[in-house]
Each structure stands twice: as C-alpha cells, then as structure tokens.
Design a protein around this ligand. Sequence first.
Ligand code: ZN
Ligand code: ZN
Length: 401
Amino acid sequence: MSLLVRNARVLDVVTGGYTETDLRCEDGLVVEHGSGLKAPDARVIEADGAVVMPGLIDAHVHVTALTADLGALGSHSPSYVAAHSARTMGEMLDRGFTTVRDASGADYGLADAQADGLIRGPRLLFCGKGLSQTGGHGDTRDRGTTSHDGHQCCAGLGRIADGVDAVRLAARDELRKGANHLKVMAGGGVSSPTDRIDSTQYSMDELRAIVEEAEAANRYVAAHAYTARAINRALAAGVRSIEHGNLLDDSSVQLFVSRDAYLVPTLVTYWALKTEGREFGLPESSWRKVDDVLTAGIEGLELAARGGVKLAYGTDLLGGMHRHQNHEFRLRREVQDAIDVIRAATVNAAGLLNLSGEIGVLTPGAHADLLVLDGDPLEDIGVLAEPKRFRHVVQGGVVVS
Ligand code: ZN
Ligand code: ZN
C-alpha cells in the first residue's frame, strides 16, 4: 500500500525549518522525500503547499478512564470499559494523536486490538496497572473500607503492593503481561481519597527495586509526583519520567538534567477541572486547590524549560474532559516557543518512549504518521489546538481522518 503526498511544506521538528517537497510512503513507512516523485497506484494527497508534520504523541493518557470518579472505575464490566476505550482512542486519532502512552489502566488487550485493526486509535504503549503503596495515590478505598478486591481482570488504574518483595512481584507481573513501561505512584494526588498531595510515597528501597525490575527487562519507570521532595526522591531512584511535576524547584531541575530524565506536565487536566470541574461535582474547596496546582504547573514548566529539562506532551484527561486534549498546546505556548511545544509532542516524546527515528519525525524509515494542516503552527498554535483545522490525519500510511 503506498501513499504520495504532493507539494507539501514539511516541518522538520528538529530544526524548526520547512522544506517544500513530495513525500512517498510504502508499507506504512516514509521512504523518500523529493520533488516530482512518482508512485503509480499510490493514493495521492495534493497538499498544495499545506504544512505537513509528524503525527502527535501524547505521553500521558488514560484511555480506560471513562469517568473522573476513578474509584468507581473498577466496578464496571471490562467489556463495557473496553467499548468506551475504543471510542476514546478513535477520538484521540481524530485529534491527530497517532501514538499515545497510557499512564495506567490500559492493557495488552487494547494494544493488540489496535495493532490488529479491530479498533481505530493511536498506537498504544501501556503499563497495565500503576503500582501504589497502601493509602497511596492508587489506593481508591475510603477510610471506612478495609478490604481491597485486587482482581486483575477488571478496570481500575492501580494495584497495591507494599514492601520490596511485593513491589518486585507486582513489577514482574506487569512486565510479564507486556508492559512497555512501569508506573509508580511516588507521591500524593488530587483524586485519591486518603493521601495528601504533599506526601511522599514508597520507601527508597521500594522505588529502587521497581526501577531495577524495569531495567532488567530493558523497560523504564514513570512516576506520578507533584512536589520537589517526591520528584527528587523518584529521580534519585532512577525513574525516567516524572508525571505532572507541578511543584518542582531548582534542585529538581538540576536532577532532571544530570539524570537525563523527562518531565511530562499535564496542565490541561487542571485547566479542565478549573473550567468544568464544578459541573462534574468537584467541591468548591477542591476547585480552589486545582487553581493553585495549575498556576504552579505553568511556573514549573517555565522553570524546567529554562533549565534545559527534556519535556514531553501529556494531558491526563478523564471522562468527558478528554475532548480538551489539544488545549495543552495553547497552555504551554504561554511560556514556550511554538516549536518547543511541538517538539514535546513529537521528537521528545518519541525519545521518552524509546522510539526515536520511528515516530515523531518524517525521515525515511519512520512510520508514515502525519498531519496535513490548515495553517502554520509556528505562527498560530491554534492550528494544533483546534483539531478541526486538520485537513488529514495519516497513520501508518493510511488516511484515517
Ligand atoms: Zn498522576
Ligand atoms: Zn494520570
């Protein structure tokens, strides 16, 4: 199966420059750039000078999160959750995301269903369930509930494991099921019922054991953490990416750089909670906290960007708020150049996912995942923030939207 994109203005996301060229794709891969290319029998897209860029990568999603009430997720039928996930993934593809990294909840079933063409959606890199200590961010029990039904077949974002042996077992079990990375809850969160946002979670020995298991399998660990204290512990234990990171400080920035780690801010989820959270039943007191976290997150992003931290695009949206996935472009553009925001959603995210050269670029040999845009995203980030301005979304050389 071949595809020819004619008269494109191709954005090189590494240099930030444009080249006017044709693009030929075969068997799902980019094979050639050049002018006047010929490909008999190929599907042809006449770009007529429109901007063409690599398909987007979202490095922090939860495709199974059909509701913002994460505690209730585990009581839904797995088949019902899968049906919801299929719809969510199809909509992500329509928003230009040709690859996503799931930050807990998705499993090999969804990844296989996408790869086999049973459902439309981005390529899915999954971690299975996130590892949480008792009373941590992945423990959805309220104070009055003692028992925990850890049935692994059902939906839910976390699994509880305490102690070095237990976290090794949990890590090995997720890796056995094909996890592309491991997720660990290394600090408190907004949505968890019994922890505090400023708590650190897991001992250093447990964190190191999880990293060791991931590295033994040539995989890596992503850690949920807000405060500098939680971030710095996770980085010292060897995690590769910090998720959210809103309350980082200068000492964190130094550690990110010296450890060559990534930061995955997820500003839009706080923006969505601030804008719509009260409609979704968020109490007034929590709503004010969300505002603080959003403001801190924008300042944290600015600090990290200035300090040279590698940044990847993330969104972390739940339930009905998924539709705001592209608004993260606008929020980051407040403190970063457009090309840097675009790099976070392409070449940088590809680096985090260990897929450099395969996704996030359009060099020969890369997957033919690309967007044909109505406008110049370097001049107007709205071109990416508003998916209705995409003329085409192409995934693996096939026009999918
Ligand atoms: Zn998180
Ligand atoms: Zn998340």
